[in-house]
Design a protein around this ligand. Structure first.
Ligand SMILES: [Zn+2]
Length: 308
């Protein structure tokens, strides 16, 4: 007996209106229009390591120079000496100090003054062990700085510190919003992740409902970003090999941090001494419980237009 499919086609379905946070829209306008022609939102750039800001948003930083506060969560110096870049430092303080000097030089190239750059001093590679404390610290920072937008890492399994900063940013914002405090938009810059066994840089792990904006850098912006990269000799060629043609941004999606960001092996699982994904997700679940937050920390809003 023939089966007649019901006539339900996508054009007959009323989609919920896509909402864009006005502060996020203002950030993207500032990136898309010629520099100096539109209002610049107050931005808190939260980076796990002292160089992530240059990789993810170095080309756009000069546009934000007057209004941005850059905060590095770690000092860039892991506990194990063999992870200290070129290994030429006598002690941990020496390497951490070098990383701080390098990032301040790069930010100076971007026009961001040293007084707009803070460091929280968590040990590199260990942010995931400090999820609750860092969430509270970020909450205080947002209350103090009152940014319109927080620009930070995506959750993508590239580095445990990146994922931890993504987690704490979202958790801090949710706690603030609950208490009636400031609730800035959260935007993301690209970092790196693993997909299909390959390291992917300069691109997001795709996430439905988080439309990306691609900004093609001008010749001048590319040259400046290259000069910023040159400020990090302790990182050898790691930055010099990074692409500089485009930068990508998107509004932070609604993540479930207790689920893996993608199937297969995560980038940080390639390192024998590091945290495994399952362990990271257990720590995230414990932190959510300790903070009194649900798994899905930012529940979806009801659609503005009823679905048919
Ligand atoms: Zn990093």
């Amino acid at each position: 007996m023939p089966v007649i499919a019901p006539r339900v086609a996508s054009e007959y379905v009323v989609q919920p209106r896509h909402e864009t946070d006005p502060a996020y829209a203002a950030l993207i306008r500032c990136f898309q229009q010629p520099a100096g022609t539109v209002a610049v939102p107050r931005v808190l750039l939260l980076a796990a390591h002292p160089d992530d800001e240059s990789i993810g948003a170095g080309g756009m930083l000069p546009r934000l120079a007057e209004s941005v506060q850059v905060v590095h969560v770690t000092d860039g110096a892991p506990r194990h000496r063999r992870q200290w870049g070129r290994n030429e430092f006598a002690d941990w303080d020496g390497y951490a100090g070098q990383r701080r000097r390098e990032v301040l030089r790069a930010l100076e190239v971007a026009g961001v003054p040293a007084e707009s750059c803070r460091a929280l001093g968590v040990m590199d590679n260990e942010v995931s062990h400090n999820l609750v404390a860092l969430t509270h610290r970020l909450r205080e920072l947002v209350e103090e700085l009152r940014p319109d937008v927080i620009l930070t890492h995506p959750y993508e399994g590239g580095h445990t510190d990146h994922d931890a900063v993504a987690f704490c940013t979202r958790a801090a914002r949710t706690l603030l919003a609950r208490a009636g405090g400031p609730a800035p938009a959260i935007a993301e810059f690209t970092s790196y992740h693993n997909l299909g066994g390959e390291k992917v840089v300069n691109r997001f792990l795709p996430f439905d409902g988080a439309p990306e904006t691609e900004i093609v850098l001008t010749a001048e912006e590319k040259a400046r970003k290259r000069r910023m990269y040159d400020c990090f000799p302790s990182q050898g060629n790691a930055l010099r090999d990074m692409p500089i043609r485009v930068e990508r941004f998107r509004p932070a999606p609604r993540y479930d941090f207790t689920a893996a960001p993608h199937a297969g092996r995560l980038r940080y699982e390639r390192y024998p001494l590091g945290i495994r994904g399952a362990q990271w997700r257990r720590m995230a679940a414990e932190a959510l419980a300790a903070l009194g937050l649900p798994r899905d920390a930012d529940p979806p809003r009801a659609p503005l237009v009823p679905r048919m």
